[in-house]
Write a protein that binds this ligand. Sequence first.
Ligand code: UT7
Length: 335
Amino acid sequence: MNPPGTHGSNPIGLLGLGIYLPERVMTNDEWAQYVDTSDEWIVARTGIRTRRIVGEEESTADLALAAAQAALADGAFEPADIDEIVLATDTPEVFIPDTAAYVQARLGVGHIPCYDLAGSGCAGFVLALDIARSRALADGRRVLVIGVELLTRLMDWEDRNTCVLFGDAAGAAVVGAGPGAVEIVAATAGTDGSKSDILGVEAGGTRLPITVERVQQGLHKHVVMQGRKVFREAVGRMSAASHEVLAKAGVSIDDVALVVPHQANLRILDAVTKRLGVIDERVFVNVQEYGNTGSASIPVALWEAREQGRIKPGDLVLLTAFGAGFHWAAVLLRF
Ligand code: UT7
């Protein structure tokens, strides 16, 4: 931990990055065995070709732990170096307590505070980066940020409107002050709660508690999604959040070496690319391989971009995300 409020010449940013992807790869043709769909339809409407599916023995804390350990190893940290955990997920280990508590115990970090950003949708990880940055700034903390999603376990495998879109994954970052940090230059976030019923899972909360009848109707795993509205909002909000964070940092989109957007759907990414006025080569895309992995999508994409040599020292990298809520968030990084 650094002394509160002092980080000297050390920028606050990412000090380590790690991911975990389940082994099982599921193709579109496999989905066609469960629902009335086709590889052609899924590729044309979403760009998705495969996604990872979690193993039967695995649950949310397993994936989160594996990504967290990878992030610690990446930054050469020991568990004792972590002061706080914030974990973003819509698919928790259990209803109560939060997944962060399970990860804390298994990671061996001691009795540090930890909490979930639950239901923050696909924007959760980027929002958590912003929170972690504030904690590092105000309190000198080194915060472990995790985005984890087992969306294929939440989905109704008989609802073709949603089941083919999603995948399972986890990503994590250590956020704090350090000489080698990937600096968080600026961050922004917002919410429009008036559109909260357009995307979500209604049953299971206090509004529609779980009953035998509701389970028989499949409501506990029914994802309400008005696809076209979500599409429009995603494009508008991710573009606007990008402009906002660039303005905060006093730079233009032309200064950005790589945009890493939430990987929802190839058509959404194409539309955001056009609105931002960047060429395709400056936008990282891996949705074809993993589908929409919710709050894990940005850390997985960022990790892959780094591994593939798409980011050089000094590069500005823009993260922009959107999800149920509706929530949105954007972060500008300097490598
Ligand atoms: O992180 C945010 C999460 N959500 C999203 O990113 C979703 C955003 N929305 C979208 O990506 C698109 O709206 C979808 C990919 C979900 C759908 O594409 P669309 O071009 O908006 O199609 P549509 O909803 O207008 O549906 C067209 C047709 C419908 O059939 P009818 O009513 O025209 O006969 C659907 O029933 O496509 C049908 N359809 C499918 N057909 C084959 C819906 N899902 C499937 C499917 N396979 N999997």
